[in-house]
Design a protein around this ligand. Sequence first.
Ligand code: AHM
Ligand code: MG
Length: 348
Amino acid sequence: MGLQNQNLSFQMKGYNITTLNEFIIRRQANIPYAKGELSNLLHHIGIAAKVVHKKVNKAGLVDVLGEAGNVNIQGEHQQKLDVFADMQFTAALKDSGECCGIASEEDQEIITFEDELSLDGKYIVCMDPLDGSSNINVNVSIGTIFSIYRRISPRGEKAQLIDFLQEGNKQIAAGYIIYGSSTMLVYTTGMGVNGFTLDTGIGEFCLSHPDIKTPQDGNIYSVNEGNYNNFSEGVKKYIKYCQDKDKETKRPYTARYIGSLVADFHRNLLKGGIFIYPQTAKAPKGKLRLLYECNPIAYIAEQAGGKATDGEQRILDLKPESLHQRVPFYTGSTKMIDKAEEFLKKYK
Ligand code: AHM
Ligand code: MG
């Protein structure tokens, strides 16, 4: 039996698997005039995710743990895996031929791709190639975050900074990969959120979490409480509210904080909860970066029926001023965000 016929017979016997690529192509078929450029870009992100997954899974066995010996733009010591993931995603985006430039947490300036194919690329990508760096060396979940925009500058020319400083509400697609007890890719193109788990047996991301909807309310709060003394009065009071006993609102809530945004967000997305990284005395503008951490996560949160704000304004409506801009970040179940904002307003 030829390979094609064998595949057909697997399907006929009821192997009901939808791979990431099949899903992307089916979605594309629903969009009139789509030429497959975004599909191709997402496909390449999927490939890089598999390569990084493989490396992350071997951490401890091969020499990928520890510091790379450089300090990045954020003043953080780059880990070997930070550098590896940055290289893999950069190479995959360049290879796609659909992307004319990227902004990465690991690089001070934008990187432009200047081969003929890429210059004509319609998209730019902002990314945090390896999020949760402090957890790399201790076998705790880490992630990759990406955000895709249509370029503003003319096709055929070099990508410009203005292509990257677009409001989050202009995102075409966003997603994350979580390297956890299994590896998952979760993404949105503005038509809901879908999650794919990597089946390592066949080397494919398979649809495992279709049309994710986050609970409107929850009982998990996620914040680095080690910073408590440096929080504003409103945040302190909200944390106390989370800890107070109240039967009707099922309090006290449960505290869960991993220290990897992707993992903390992913858990709360599925279970219901609130993630907070507010301003602190040490980080007066917050810690997390608007372009490649908050915007993509905010887009996914909203597409799943949740919310994301800086404590007052919708994250997706903030006008970026610089590549590595930081913002306070509140995201998760709508009712919990509303309650937190009530406290911020009251104790402003
Ligand atoms: P990174 O991109 O250098 O890994 O930093 C971002 C991470 C987020 O994943 C996480 O939410 C936050 O930093 C944790 O910070 P802290 O250790 O201050 O709680
Ligand atoms: Mg990060």
